[in-house]
Structures are given as structure tokens and as C-alpha cells.
Design a protein around this ligand. Structure first.
Ligand code: T46
Length: 134
């Protein structure tokens, strides 16, 4: 499975906590884009797509949500609920996000600029692409 959890170093003192994210250092790629998701509500799912070339790190800055990750052979679930843990998702991984807490805030660092052509939004097509690329 082309994903892993990365623990971020926390600089904390009596004033609070700080985490620094640097491309090609604790983030394993050059960061070309940052976006965030907020004002979430539990009733709706997001994601349901894969990326042909994109790598991303997803951090639940506040609140929580569940991720389903699928490489075409296996499906695994995990919760994102800590601002000091980043979920790295590599290429060709189907992802679904659900069970958002109210007002969950996800920050996402991406290795590429936004390109809708690079998304695979149909699960059958994803399986087809996986099977033809190996
Ligand atoms: C991902 C998960 C974690 C843009 O115009 N620019 C952007 O950089 C992004 C990310 C999205 N958009 C547009 C495309 C859609 O019209 O924003 C709208 C919502 O995007 P989407 O439905 O793809 O959002 P999610 O939450 O399902 O997925 C997003 C990312 O698209 C995706 O890469 O891995 O967050």
C-alpha cells in the first residue's frame, strides 16, 4: 500500500506548540500546492478518487475524519485526528474520506499543481488502470 503515517516533530513550550513543514525534508517531496478543507459535516463523504502522479500529505489540524485507502487489491481504514501526524498518500491510491467531525480542518500539501485531468474519479477505471500499469 502506497501510504504511511509520518510523525512530525513538535516544538512545544508554555506558549503552545509549533510544527514546521519543509519540502524535501520532513515532507518527502517539493511542495507545489497547499489547500485546506474546513466547515465539514459528518453526513457527507469526500474523495472517492485516485491520482495518477500526485503525492500528498494530509494533516488533521483540528478535528477528525476517517480515510479509506485502496490500492486495488486491499482496502484499509484509518483515522486522522492529530495535528502532529501526516498521512502520506502516493500515486495510484484510491481514497475516500468520511465520518468528519463538525468543523474538521484538513491541511493538504501536494507535490503538483491542480490538474483535473490527473484525477481518476471512477472506481472501475481505477482498477483498469492499476491492472494495465503492472
Ligand atoms: C484529495 C483529497 C484529500 C481546485 O480547483 N483546486 C484544488 O487544488 C483542489 C484540491 C480542488 N479544486 C476544485 C475541484 C472541485 O471542483 O475544488 C472542488 C472540490 O474538489 P474535490 O471534489 O476533488 O475535493 P475532495 O475533498 O473530494 O478531494 C480533495 C482533493 O481534490 C484530492 O486531491 O486527495 O481532497
Amino acid at each position: 500500500m502506497n501510504y504511511r503515517l509520518i510523525n512530525m516533530k513538535v516544538f512545544g513550550d508554555e506558549r503552545g506548540k509549533l510544527i514546521s513543514l519543509e519540502g524535501n525534508k520532513n515532507i518527502p517531496f517539493e511542495i507545489k500546492r497547499v489547500y485546506y478543507i474546513y466547515d465539514t459535516i459528518p453526513d457527507f463523504e469526500r474523495g472517492k478518487h485516485a491520482h495518477k502522479n500526485l503525492e500528498q500529505i494530509i494533516i488533521a489540524i483540528d478535528g477528525s475524519c476517517q480515510f479509506v485507502l485502496d490500492d486495488g487489491k486491499r482496502r484499509e481504514e484509518l483515522w486522522l485526528n492529530r495535528p502532529d501526524v501526516g498521512l502520506y498518500i502516493g500515486k495510484n491510491m484510491w481514497r475516500e474520506m468520511r465520518h468528519f467531525s463538525y468543523g474538521c480542518k484538513l491541511m493538504i500539501l501536494a507535490s503538483e499543481y491542480y490538474d483535473e485531468k490527473e484525477y481518476i474519479r471512477d472506481y472501475d477505471k481505477f482498477i483498469e488502470e492499476i491492472n494495465t500499469s503492472f
